[in-house]
Each structure stands twice: as structure tokens, then as C-alpha cells.
Design a protein around this ligand. Structure first.
Ligand code: ADP
Ligand code: ADP
Length: 227
């Protein structure tokens, strides 16, 4: 589903590579934690998959397509196969929960009848049934992150990328979000999550890829956060 072939990324005006000859293959349906110190290259890894950045050398494949060879007009449809969740939720503050999720479908041209049916279904899935009319600031952090997960998943993407999704949540709330991501993963969605949350990584026992100064220093199935 995702393949990095000898991928290096050197940002302009930087001497050190943010990623250095990275070779990684992630199969459809895997759940992968991406760990490493701040500055180790996790965000760069995720941005390359979203084609927000391009490799300096090497090749990145997503769902069989080499991203560097993708015409720019095909990038939006490629990105639609990837749902994203961030530490800071990134909800639209002036829209209701229902509207936040519906918006993700409106921008890709889904008919209103489909949106009316699908949005309550996905809100139900994330445990927010009955909260569609709330505004984001009326919800707890954990509930806001559930909205973000619903929005990322409503289009049934092949891949879900989560960048520190529990970074702003207390431990109990984080467990709830992880159960949700685990459930989404079980529906055959590939999940890739960058995190510093050692408790979560140690509890879940999924594949762990560790970056250190842009180099993959560990790739472990059923791994733990650190040694
Ligand atoms: P992480 O997500 O693990 O914190 P990053 O991928 O953000 O790591 O950063 C890896 C390295 O690349 C760091 O040295 C960082 O300063 C650098 N970097 C990240 N983004 C940029 C950018 N847009 N321009 C220049 N350097 C960058
Ligand atoms: P985090 O450490 O939370 O992963 P990011 O690496 O995503 O933070 O950095 C936030 C923003 O700053 C990104 O747009 C990134 O490209 C940019 N950035 C990070 N490091 C540098 C850098 N050394 N020079 C220029 N831009 C940078």
C-alpha cells in the first residue's frame, strides 16, 4: 500500500537529510506506529506520502502509483484515498459536528441524499450519535478528535494517517481514540500513526518503525515504544 525505495529528503538550505535512504514497505491492512525523537523525520515521512513534499532522491509509491510521476491534476484524487487526523483536531469552528463531517463529502461532490445517510452512520461508528448538532467548542477534546476521525474515515479511505492523534488527550481518552483507530484498521484500512505516546504503543503491540536522524533504526512487528 505504501512503499519507500531508497528515499532521501534534504530540505533547501539544510545540510542534514531529514530522511536518509529510507526503505519501507507497508502492506494493505497493516497498523504501523512511526516513532522517534522530535526532528527525526516522522512528519517528513508522512508529508511524502501525502505528496506535500517530494523526495530529493528515491521513490515513494502509494497504492501502486509512484507519486513523483503523478500529474498534478491527479493529486487531489490520490489524496482522497488517504484520511488524515492531527494532534490539534483541525475542525472547522463555525460548523456543527454534522457539517464538519459532511463538508468532507461535499467537496468531493457526493449528493446530499448520500451525505444525509452516511454522516449519521459514521458519527454512530465513532460514538457521537446524537451530537451532530453540537459545535466543536461544546465538545471535549476526545469528542473533537472523534469528529476528526469520523471526517477522515467517512470517505472510506484506503489509508489513515494520524500525526500524534493522542498528543492533546489524557490517557483514558487516548485509549478510546486508539480503540477507534484499531476498529477502523480491522475494516482493512491501513493505519500509519506517528506518536510519542509510549503507553499506547506498548499496549497495542503493532508494527513499530523508529526513525533516528532520518534513518530507519528499527522495524519491529508487534513492537514496543523503546528498548
Ligand atoms: P519530526 O516530525 O520527527 O519532528 P520532521 O520531519 O519534522 O521530524 O523534521 C526532520 C528534519 O527536517 C528536522 O531537522 C527539521 O528541522 C527539518 N525540516 C522539517 N521540515 C522542514 C522544512 N519545511 N524546511 C526545512 N527543514 C525542515
Ligand atoms: P513537529 O515537530 O510538530 O512535527 P513540524 O516538523 O511539522 O513540527 O514543523 C511545523 C512546520 O514547520 C512544518 O510546515 C515544517 O515544514 C516547518 N519546519 C520544520 N522545521 C523547519 C525548518 N528547520 N526550517 C523551515 N521549516 C521548518
Amino acid at each position: 500500500m505504501i512503499r519507500f525505495e531508497s528515499v532521501s529528503k534534504v530540505y533547501d538550505n539544510q545540510r542534514r537529510a531529514a530522511l536518509n535512504e529510507v526503505d519501507v514497505e507497508i502492506e494493505k491492512g497493516e497498523f504501523v506506529f512511526l516513532v522517534g525523537a522530535s526532528g527525526s523525520g516522522k512528519s517528513t515521512f508522512l508529508r511524502l506520502i501525502l505528496r506535500e513534499q517530494r523526495p530529493t532522491t528515491g521513490r515513494v509509491f502509494v497504492a501502486g502509483r509512484e507519486l513523483n510521476r503523478l500529474h498534478s491534476w491527479k493529486i487531489p484524487s490520490m489524496r482522497r484515498q488517504i484520511g488524515t487526523v492531527f494532534q490539534d483536531f483541525r475542525l472547522l469552528p463555525n460548523k456543527t459536528v454534522h457539517e464538519n463531517v459532511a463538508f468532507a463529502l461535499q467537496v468531493i461532490g457526493k449528493p446530499a441524499s448520500v451525505i444525509r445517510r452516511v454522516v449519521p452512520e459514521v458519527l454512530d461508528l465513532v460514538g457521537l450519535d446524537g451530537k451532530g448538532d453540537r459545535m466543536p467548542d461544546e465538545l471535549s477534546g476526545g469528542e473533537q478528535q472523534r469528529v476528526a476521525v469520523a471526517r477522515a474515515f467517512v470517505n472510506r479511505p484506503k489509508i489513515l494517517i494520524a500525526d500524534e492523534p493522542t498528543g492533546n488527550l489524557d490517557p483514558a481518552t487516548s485509549v478510546g481514540i486508539m480503540k477507534l483507530l484499531d476498529r477502523i484498521n480491522r475494516s482493512d484500512t491501513t493505519v500509519l500513526m506517528a506518536t510519542h505516546d509510549s503507553t499506547i504503543v506498548d499496549q497495542m503491540r503493532k508494527r513499530v518503525i523508529e526513525l533516528d536522524e532520518g534513518i530507519v533504526v528499527r522495524d519491529q512487528s508487534r513492537g514496543v515504544y523503546g528498548y
